[in-house]
Write a protein that binds this ligand. Structure first.
Ligand SMILES: Cc1ncc(COP(=O)(O)O)c(C=O)c1O
Length: 390
């Protein structure tokens, strides 16, 4: 007998990177050598001081339920960190800790967005945004990110698309998949469009805030009047190479924080207690390891951008943040998905089609440089040959 799934499941999307990883692993099982450039996580180990603090926490009783919004010491450390880095005054009651940053997106949609509301989101962009917008029955309104504009959104376009029905605007800077970074001017222009809207919220996804190569990270929450309207999402996965630990958080107005905590009570109860101690060590301990990681990414960025630009049919802009490049592959004459499949099957290089991030990703690939220089070089050579010999 086949199970009848709930109607809403028809609207839920997925993340293609997990699917491509599975295909790449299957090819490896057949004995093929694959270079993994589809990955969305740092290829570095979590710093030792964080691991040590966690082991200590395990042996000192952090093995039970804790407060659903997070243990006060971590919420306090996050409030201090956000106050300092975003130049706002955040306090503990405005922080909710979650298992990874992703639940903040989900909870934000559940808490704030009604069916038929409109949600603006970057496209190409993190695929979970569109998936969740559809899941809650809202209308997805894509904001195209264009290469000519360094993959930064155009505030004028956003202004045109805001209607009475707009409930949520999603921002992501530095951006996955393009590496685009919003400037303070962009954010000011956006904030101006929202000046007379008290009924609208901005979900500002800043998980790559520390992986930035030029200038500094800017957050919309630090602009006048914007803190009240912003749900800032950040976490530990990318900054501290802690993707498997599942630790993230949101910083938001208190009434919204209470709703998000209630969703935590109804889903996870709380975030793992000893992992939260790891979070305190990450924020308060030495920052040399994450800084070294960014320096290494910067070196690789040069190599991958230079290498891709030498390949016929490909041009590649230098991303200002995150650890992805988003090369234009229109000159190869192939569709993005066709090229990504060709590279995996023929060249043993796993990359993602730009369309895995929305329709405006056609003509591009997402290539991660969270891999060694040696593997990046190997991949570049293979891509060049695979495109030439096609
Ligand atoms: C833009 C963006 N936001 C959020 C996340 C999820 O972060 P976490 O692993 O902490 O849930 C990712 C992960 O790839 C991401 O790229």
């Amino acid at each position: 007998m086949s199970l009848m799934f709930a109607e809403r499941m028809k609207n839920l999307g997925t993340e293609t990177s997990f699917e491509v990883l599975a295909r790449a692993k299957a090819l490896e099982k057949q004995g093929k050598d694959i270079v993994h450039l589809e990955i969305g996580e740092p290829d570095f180990d979590t710093p030792g001081n964080i691991k040590e603090a966690t082991v200590k926490a395990l042996y000192s009783g952090y093995t039970h339920y804790v407060a659903s919004a997070g243990i006060p010491e971590l919420r306090e450390a996050i409030a201090e960190y956000i106050s300092k880095t975003r130049k706002i005054k955040a306090d503990l009651e405005e922080v909710v800790v979650t298992p990874g940053a992703k639940p903040i997106m989900f909870f934000c949609m559940l808490a704030c967005v009604n069916p038929r509301d409109e949600v603006l989101y970057p496209n190409p962009g993190f695929p979970v945004y569109e998936s969740l917008i559809n899941f809650v029955g809202a209308k997805p309104v894509p904001i195209p990110l264009r290469e000519e504009n360094d993959f930064r959104l155009d505030p004028e376009y956003v202004k045109e698309k805001i209607t009475k029905k707009t409930k949520l605007i999603i921002l992501n800077s530095p951006e996955n998949p393009t590496g685009g970074v919003l400037t303070r001017e962009d954010l000011k222009d956006l904030a101006d469009c929202l000046a007379d809207r008290e009924d609208l919220i901005v979900l500002s996804d800043e998980v790559y805030s520390r992986i930035i190569y030029e200038g500094q990270h800017e957050s919309i929450t630090s602009l006048p009047e914007m803190k009240e309207k912003t749900l800032l999402l950040d976490g530990f996965s990318k900054t501290y190479a802690m993707t498997g630990w599942r630790l993230g958080y949101g910083v938001m107005r208190k009434d919204l924080a209470q709703k998000i905590s209630q969703l935590m009570i109804n889903s996870n109860s709380c975030t793992c207690a000893f992992i939260q101690i790891a979070g305190i060590e990450a924020l308060k301990g030495p920052q040399t390891e994450p800084e070294k990681m960014v320096a290494e990414f910067k070196k690789r960025r040069e190599i991958i951008v230079t290498g891709l630009n030498k390949i016929k049919g490909i041009t590649c802009k230098k991303p200002r943040g995150a650890f992805y490049v988003f090369p234009n592959v229109k000159g190869t004459g192939m569709k993005s998905k066709e090229l990504a499949d060709h590279l995996l099957n023929r060249a043993g290089v796993a990359v993602l089609s730009g369309t895995a991030f929305g329709e405006y990703g056609e003509g591009y690939l997402r290539v991660s440089f969270a891999n060694s220089v040696e593997n990046i070089q190997k991949a570049l050579n293979r891509i060049a040959v695979a495109i030439e010999k096609r």
